[in-house]
Design a protein around this ligand. Structure first.
Ligand SMILES: *Cc1c(COP(=O)(O)O)cnc(C)c1O
Length: 222
């Protein structure tokens, strides 16, 4: 099936009034699909697996911008630290410290989002709302000079119940507003990443400004 240019154009139209960014989630899809997407002007790609990301990065144009959106093990941070644009899935303070350390080694500042657990399933990793607030207020975040906190990321429950999805996204939106006020740099804390192929319309209406879309663009993953 491969990359769908019509769907891509349609999505960009839909996102425009919300001024939301599109991250094309290319996990488990071949590099050719990424090349096709880049031919349509898509620049930002999301990947979940470090090894796969590093291989693709070597293959496709250096103009691509890579977002990490999966669970990141601390011992893998060094492989992506030289080039990663945004780590959307920072799910522990330990991981943030490691990202800071590797960013420093690479003489760069790495943008990160705090992943918050909003779904009612326990399979999804991330901070709880309370932990996210505690991180903003009480941790030594300010000492991590080589990371820049840009906002929050969350995934809603896998359910047909749109009201539940809306409640979860509304909750994350509220938390985002609160965390933004607590952030050391409010101006920089500007990204609310929520919404995937099945629920991005709800997410946009709840205030998302970054959607992560995979299967709607590239077809179902095997
Ligand atoms: C796979 C994935 C997506 C994209 O999911 P689709 O349903 O294919 O759009 C978005 N965000 C995260 C964190 C993912 O792991």
């Amino acid at each position: 099936m491969g990359f769908n240019p019509e769907k891509h154009a349609e999505l960009l139209e839909e996102l425009r009034p919300y001024k939301a960014m599109l991250v094309a989630v290319s996990k488990k899809k071949p590099a050719e699909d990424i090349v096709s997407a880049m031919g349509c002007g898509q620049v930002a790609f999301g990947e979940n697996y470090v090894q796969e990301l590093v291989e693709k990065k070597e293959t496709v144009s250096s103009k691509a911008e890579w977002h990490f959106i999966g669970h990141l093990q601390t011992n893998k941070v060094k492989s992506i630290a030289p080039f990663i644009r945004l780590i959307q899935s920072a799910d522990s303070f330990k991981l943030l410290k490691e990202i800071n350390k590797e960013a420093l080694k690479n003489n760069r500042i790495i943008d990160c989002l705090i992943q918050v657990h909003i779904a009612n399933e326990d399979t999804k990793t991330g901070f709880s709302e309370e932990e996210a607030e505690a991180l903003m207020l009480f941790s030594d975040l300010g000492e991590l000079k080589n990371i820049r906190l840009r906002g929050l990321m969350g995934m809603a429950s896998l359910t047909e119940d749109r009201q539940q999805i809306k409640r979860e996204f509304d909750g994350l939106r509220k938390l985002f507003t609160g965390c933004r006020m607590m952030a050391l740099d409010h101006e920089c804390f500007d990204t609310l990443s929520m919404g995937m192929s099945s629920d991005y319309k709800i997410a946009l209406d709840c205030g998302s400004n970054l959607v992560r879309i995979g299967s709607a663009l590239f077809g179902e993953r095997g």
